[in-house]
Design a binder for this molecule. Sequence first.
Ligand code: AMP
Length: 114
Amino acid sequence: MNNHLIFQKIIKREISSNILYQDQIVTAFEDINPKAPIHILIVPNDFIKTANDINQKNQNIIAHMFCIAIKMAKEKKISKDGYKIIINCNKNGGQEINYLHMHLLGGIKLKTLY
Ligand code: AMP
């Protein structure tokens, strides 16, 4: 199956996942293979493939994803010490799942790429 269907099935609760937050626009759930003590994925409920597909029409969805990521950071009590929000795009960006998602990572001192 095309791997973007995994996230669609999580959003529709057709496969099990630890969903932490859901509204009409986004869903946030725990990453199955966490790279940090806190590793949450925030995804739009309506399919967007990559960051390249963000545009003026759907930019409000991206803003909402940021708001929910920050809400999650506060709820998980990592906002004071800090966190990373990452969006990987395509092959060179390390995107494995072809469904736009934001990684919220925290709970440990994270390495910087630059
Ligand atoms: P990316 O490399 O940016 O595409 O990240 C994909 C992320 O999705 C990885 O961190 C995976 O661990 C995570 N992932 C893959 N399948 C699942 C799943 N069924 N439930 C939760 N997270 C998943």
